[in-house]
Design a protein around this ligand. Sequence first.
Ligand SMILES: [Zn+2]
Length: 168
Amino acid sequence: MPNPNQKFKKHKSTRTPNTKVSRVIVKKKTSNHKCAVCKKTLHGMPHGKRAFEVKKLSKTQRRPENLLSSILCPECRQIAYQEAVMFKNNLKDEKDLDLRYVKYIKMIMKKIEWLFMGLLKVGSKCTIMQGRNFGKKIVVDSVDEKFVYYKNKDKTEKIGILHVFPLE
Ligand SMILES: [Zn+2]
């Protein structure tokens, strides 16, 4: 009698060298990761791996770090970024936006909204949203194009501008 755990799993029969027929369980396969708009295959993603196999990989092997890069391909991402900037500066109405991109444009706007509005100034308070210092409250010392600098016990440390969230 087969193991009750494996009774209903998909199987095939193979012949061993001494002409015996044995029952082998077939491993499940997953499809490739594809772009949500144009269905191209994405680069840098763990293709053909199941959820428990992806868990064992390191953080950088699971998905690329760039914003929306695990959902859209580079060409579609460029269009979404351009439309987000046009919509923010009132060059386009909400009616003129492509319906396939509206969901992703709003995701981009949420992430980089405070960059447009200039909320991150010297002396404003924020919390850290990513990494090992998650939830720590900091006071901004100076702002760059890419980084925010803050003081921690006489040392100045830096953090990416998308990894902090303004409190005020
Ligand atoms: Zn695409």
